[in-house]
Ligand binder design. Structure first.
Ligand SMILES: *Cc1c(COP(=O)(O)O)cnc(C)c1O
Length: 414
């Protein structure tokens, strides 16, 4: 045990002065503004609430453009967007879909929904994203698609993943649920792979309660995605005025979103550049404060991130000596300093909501050891909304982390 003399340095958990007496907090989420409120009323009174309304159509164009993609299909959520990306490409029973071990269960559920087998592959210790080398090793003749996830505050190594996928004739679906506004090598996320899937669920960096979108540069795929989510209707067809049926091989659904969601998102899209600028500025401050601090590393940004998006901002604790110390000791110490943080989803195949029978999925090498041992048990994360805080608050966040990371010895239980 290290003995600390000044109360300033002593952990608040042990009676020292906390970095912040109140819990630190970020910006209110989801955002609301008067302009959007008025626009919602206007649309309400217009009686045009669904079925590819004018706001929805414009939003699709604008969202695609903001991510350098040619086509956008707006849908009800960011799970069926993944399902659709697989379905319109004919992926189903007997096929394997590679997904990272660490992601929200929806990424893997999408494979199950089309009758395919999700194959869990390990992640990188620095980015927490799909490990390209292990991805290639997991490919079998049955592999038809890979869904790299740009998770929390990083991006999957998309260039390398796409190159491997091309070599093996595999479809790449980017799961961008955490990455609205992110840019890889100056080009928007979701426009690199064959399809980019986004979620606008209430907690995401663009939020309309529920909602999702697929981006693609393929006119054919956009056409099939539209039919898929629109109970078979072709684009530019009025309700009740279908002229031709959907492709015989495509099972179609009603996965439409409404005009109201498009109104909310259109407002947020106008503000996305400024939100991302704030998040990136504050993330850089935190990275600077934590550089060289022992026992802790910040989740590495995407290797070619020219603008990193953040669903969450993460640190990984990595003490060389792990005797008597775990996040069970670290979390209360952070909370006592005023900076309570959360944990990751954990690996999908151990998630509480994951109930697929073992015969329905596969885990590469029987275990994803980096995800299970190195990343998930040691990550502390905060919502992106914290990155929207003012600089004084951000500096307190950094101070709390530095204080706890440099005093881990005081927290050891043996
Ligand atoms: C939120 C999320 C989804 C699913 O989006 P919903 O809109 O909630 O259906 C998919 N993948 C990841 C990584 C997510 O975080």
């Amino acid at each position: 045990m290290t003995t600390l003399t000044s109360t300033k340095d002593k952990l608040a958990l042990h009676g020292g002065t906390p970095v912040s007496p109140q819990q630190l907090s970020g910006i209110a989420w989801p955002p609301v503004d008067e302009e959007t409120a008025q626009e919602l009323v206007r649309v309400y009174k217009s009686r045009k609430w669904s079925f590819a309304g004018p706001v929805e159509q414009q939003y699709e164009l604008d969202f695609a453009k903001a991510h350098d993609a040619k086509q956008c299909v707006f849908m009800a959520n960011g799970t069926i967007t993944l399902q659709g990306a697989l379905a319109v490409n004919g992926i189903g029973a007997g096929d394997e879909v590679i997904v990272p071990a660490l992601t929200w269960p929806a990424t893997a559920m999408a494979a199950l929904y089309v009758g395919a087998t999700p194959v869990f592959v390990d992640i990188e210790a620095d980015t927490f994203c799909l490990d390209p080398v292990k991805f290639e090793a997991a490919i079998t003749p049955k592999t038809k698609a890979v869904i790299p996830v740009h998770i929390y505050g990083s991006m999957a190594n998309i260039d390398v993943i796409i190159a491997i996928a091309k070599k093996h004739g595999i479809l790449v679906i980017e799961d961008c649920a955490h990455a609205q506004g992110g840019k890889w090598n100056n080009k928007g996320v979701g426009s690199h792979g064959d399809v980019g899937s986004f979620s606008f669920q209430e907690s995401k960096t663009m939020a309309s309660g529920e909602g999702g979108a697929c981006l693609t540069n393929s006119e054919e795929m956009a056409y099939r995605l539209y039919r898929f989510k629109h109970i078979g209707y072709a684009p530019k067809t009025a309700q009740g005025k279908a002229v031709g049926g959907p492709p015989a091989d495509l099972m179609c659904h009603n996965f439409r979103a409404t005009e109201f969601q498009a109104v909310i998102l259109a407002g947020q899209l106008r503000n996305l550049d400024s939100l991302m600028a704030t998040y990136n500025k504050n993330a850089a401050i935190l990275e600077g404060m934590l550089a060289g601090v022992p026992n802790i590393t910040v989740q590495a940004r995407g290797k070619k991130a020219t603008r990193q998006s953040y669903y969450a901002w993460c640190v990984r604790f990595n003490p060389a000596d792990k005797t008597g110390i775990s996040m069970k000791e670290i979390h209360p110490a952070l909370a006592a300093e005023g900076m309570g943080m959360g944990g990751t989803y954990g690996v999908v195949y151990k998630h509480l909501l994951w109930n697929a029978a073992p015969s329905k999925f596969r885990i590469q090498d029987g275990a994803c050891t980096v995800a299970e041992n190195v990343v998930c048990p040691w990550v502390a994360l905060m919502s992106h909304t914290m990155l929207g805080a003012d600089e004084a608050t951000i500096r307190k966040v950094g101070q709390a982390l530095v204080k706890v990371a440099t005093n881990l010895d005081a927290l050891r239980t043996r």
